[in-house]
Design a binder for this molecule. Structure first.
Ligand code: CP
Ligand code: NVA
Length: 315
């Protein structure tokens, strides 16, 4: 049976550390001009139901750097449409390729694809989660602070797909996660119970007070107020989320924190230009790390351990 990454908790804390170790090794070599050909002849398919820059390009370039190739499959392949069933699509596609990255409108579609796929399926974003984003974010934090254990990540805004994955990775790695957002946009009890069942003692706090939430944080994070697929809620959300804008005044309460955003960002809405383009912001490095961490993930998930990477490079 294939190993999939549909949600962050499909990896254990030890496995996340293993992915980070492979990532660090490959990134160090990449920065020295060395591209490890760990995936010769391997093909990754990208099946996307929604737009993407970072996820799409970072996976595709990662495969090229690893000596493999990728196929971008957009709407014309008829995925999740009346053209054919997701079952048939997944059974057929997984015979041609070595792995599938999939971005879906509904998380159920992703689960249906994984259920029939004979090769690993990686979530490239669904309405419920964005695990690759969260892995790259926490890897970026590790690069800045040198550790993760005991740190606080404060997410200001909507308890959305990105927030859920960040909360889960934070819990797995011993971090405190604080969500500051309006009532009605917090995590549901089912998610909180799920996290505390998986990680007893996990610290996830929710508040409507962004000022209190950012004090002492190592990371202040935000994302758009209306995610892809929520466009019809845009004007209502803009009214409700206005007090949760991350601006210079809010960041002044967390002078030691780095600022993160998964991008794309809407300057003047969830974040002001002076913050996202300012000295506390690491958003460009964070986006670069999508490629590095996904390279580590592909190498690890498609069958190479950190040890294999090290051995290969010694030859
Ligand atoms: N952060 C992120 O996933 O960006 P894209 O939507 O451009 O892939
Ligand atoms: N929450 C956003 C993230 C985009 C990368 C969305 O789902 O549109």
């Amino acid at each position: 049976m294939s190993r999939h990454l549909l949600v962050a908790e499909d990896l254990t804390a030890q496995e996340i550390e293993a992915v980070f170790a492979v990532t660090h090794d490959l990134q160090t070599k990449f920065e020295q001009g060395i591209r490890e050909p760990l995936m010769p002849g391997r093909v990754l398919a990208l099946v996307f139901e929604k737009p993407s820059l970072r996820t799409r390009v970072s996976f595709q370039t990662a495969m090229v750097h690893l000596g493999g190739s990728s196929l971008f499959l957009g709407a014309d392949t008829g995925f999740a449409s009346s053209r054919e069933s997701v079952d048939d699509f997944g059974k057929v596609l997984s015979q041609y390729v070595d792995g599938i990255v999939c971005r879906t409108k509904s998380h159920d579609t992703l689960e249906a694809l994984a259920a029939v796929s004979g090769v690993p399926v990686i979530n490239g974003l669904s309405d419920a989660s964005h695990p690759c984003q969260a892995l790259a974010d926490i890897y970026t934090l590790r690069q800045h602070v040198g550790r993760t254990q005991g740190l606080t990540l404060t997410f200001v805004g909507d308890g959305n797909n990105v927030a859920r994955s960040l909360a889960m990775v934070s819990a797995l790695l011993g971090m405190r996660f604080v969500l500051a957002g309006p009532a009605g946009y917090h995590f549901g009890e089912d998610f909180l119970t799920h996290v505390s069942t998986l990680v007893p003692g996990a610290e996830i706090l929710q508040t409507t007070d962004p000022r209190e939430a950012v004090r002492g944080a190592a990371v202040v994070y935000t994302d758009v107020w209306a995610s892809m697929g929520q466009e019809q809620e845009r004007s209502e959300r803009h009214k409700v989320f206005r007090p949760y804008q991350v601006n210079a005044e809010l960041m002044s309460l967390a002078p030691e924190a780095i600022f993160m955003h998964c991008l794309p960002a809407h300057r003047g809405e969830e974040v002001t230009s002076d913050v996202i383009d300012g000295p506390q912001s690491v958003v460009i490095q964070e986006a670069a790390n999508r490629m590095h961490v996904q390279k580590g993930l592909i190498a690890w998930l498609l069958g190479h351990s950190s040890e294999t990477v090290t051995k290969t490079s010694r030859r």
